[in-house]
Design a protein around this ligand. Structure first.
Ligand code: ATP
Ligand code: 5RP
Length: 334
């Protein structure tokens, strides 16, 4: 950590395993810098180790396998600028290791299965995102990773996903109601009966009415737009690209929706899309494209997943700057 933070800004990153949280965290480091940001993985608050979960039949997604009281106390302490003695869940052994000391930092990211589950923890967060990956896409990603990189069999990957599903639906998915941004990743509408899942339809749901959060929009705020940007300024090979902007009601609240269906052939040309968006929270025209180009090798950089991950990161930076300036101004007034 660099200097002692005057105001710790807490960011929540929620979603199932294998949904792109780590990729997103790497993008956040580009915006905040490694020194400025500390990540707390909520797996460290598992109260049952792997053996105990197996014996009891309680999954890691079940709140009974997690210590929410300790999670709340420690996240609260960090937010108040105190050092904590955080437990460690060891993914290699499946055991709970001796705790480690974690100091507060300017940005503390709380990531994992349950950052928005416990009302007390949720209320501490300054900004949050939920990664909502549809089953079809989740299966395709997990199969690609676990088969290619971990040598698992197709049937085993599928069985693992299916065995998590009931608890996922009960305890993880409902958290999306509380997120400031929900990133939905769905099969494309551009290819009829697509089974490859290479081309994706990605939607960014931005909560309306949150203080200081100005949702990004396309062309004209509050309108409904369907835009086919392909042509002279954006190269699109089959099946093309379709953008959408409009508003919707999500869990009874208004959200602004941005959608990108399709993939970018040439990442440099993303600037064309960027210039038609407003409220992106960039510091200069082209910053969003620049950030995307910085890591073209990350999964999803050539489609809406990368694009909206960067935009969500920019919104988090804006929240950080707004909160810290506000606090600084208040401190001067006192
Ligand atoms: N946008 C994307 N496009 C294609 N594949 C992706 C994308 N994001 C993630 N993946 C695939 O999913 C895998 C997991 O991604 P990542 O490690 O970012 O997720 P995670 O939520 O942090 O997972 P875990 O909690 O299991 O570590 C990647 O290795 C990649 O195969
Ligand atoms: O969902 C998970 C992480 O987000 C893991 O399944 C959970 O942490 C349990 O870990 P393990 O695979 O070591 O039993």
């Amino acid at each position: 950590m660099t200097t002692k933070p005057e105001r710790v800004v807490l960011i929540g990153v929620a979603g199932d395993s294998g949904c792109g949280k780590s990729t997103f965290l790497r993008r956040l480091i580009d915006l905040f810098g490694e020194e400025f940001m500390t990540v707390i993985c909520l797996d460290d608050y598992h109260s049952l180790d792997r053996k105990q979960r197996k014996e009891t039949g309680i999954t890691a997604l079940d709140p009974r396998a997690n210590n929410f009281d300790l999670m709340y106390e420690q996240i609260k302490a960090l937010k108040e600028g105190q050092t904590i003695n955080k437990p460690i869940y060891n993914h290699e052994t499946g055991l709970i290791d001796p705790p480690e000391i974690v100091k507060p930092n300017h940005i503390v990211v709380v990531e994992g299965l349950h950052p928005l589950y416990d009302e007390r923890v949720r209320s501490l967060l300054d900004f949050s995102v939920y990664f909502d990956i549809s089953d079809e896409v989740k299966i395709a990603w997990k199969i690609q990773r676990d088969m290619a990189e971990r040598g698992h069999r197709y049937e085993d990957v599928l069985a693992a996903i299916n065995s998590r599903k009931p608890d996922f639906q009960k305890y993880i998915e409902p958290q999306r109601e509380f997120a400031d941004v929900v990133l939905q990743v769905l099969p494309t509408n551009l290819i009829k009966d697509d089974t490859e899942r290479k081309v994706l339809r990605v939607r960014m749901l931005q909560r309306e009415g949150k203080e200081g959060f100005e949702p990004a929009y396309l062309f004209d705020e509050g309108s409904t737009i369907n835009w086919t940007p392909c042509g002279r300024k954006l190269t699109c090979s089959y099946p093309g690209m379709q953008l959408y902007y409009g508003s919707d009601v999500y869990y009874g609240r208004y959200v602004s929706v941005l959608e990108v269906d399709g993939q970018f052939d040439n990442l440099e040309e993303v600037i064309y899309i960027e210039t038609h968006l407003s409220n992106t929270s960039t510091k200069y025209q082209g910053e969003l494209t620049q950030l995307l180009l910085q890591h073209r090798e990350y999964p999803g950089s050539n489609n809406g997943t990368g694009f909206f991950q960067v935009l969500t990161g920019l919104k988090m930076r804006a929240a950080y700057e707004r909160l810290t300036t506000k606090e600084a101004k208040l401190a001067v007034q006192v």
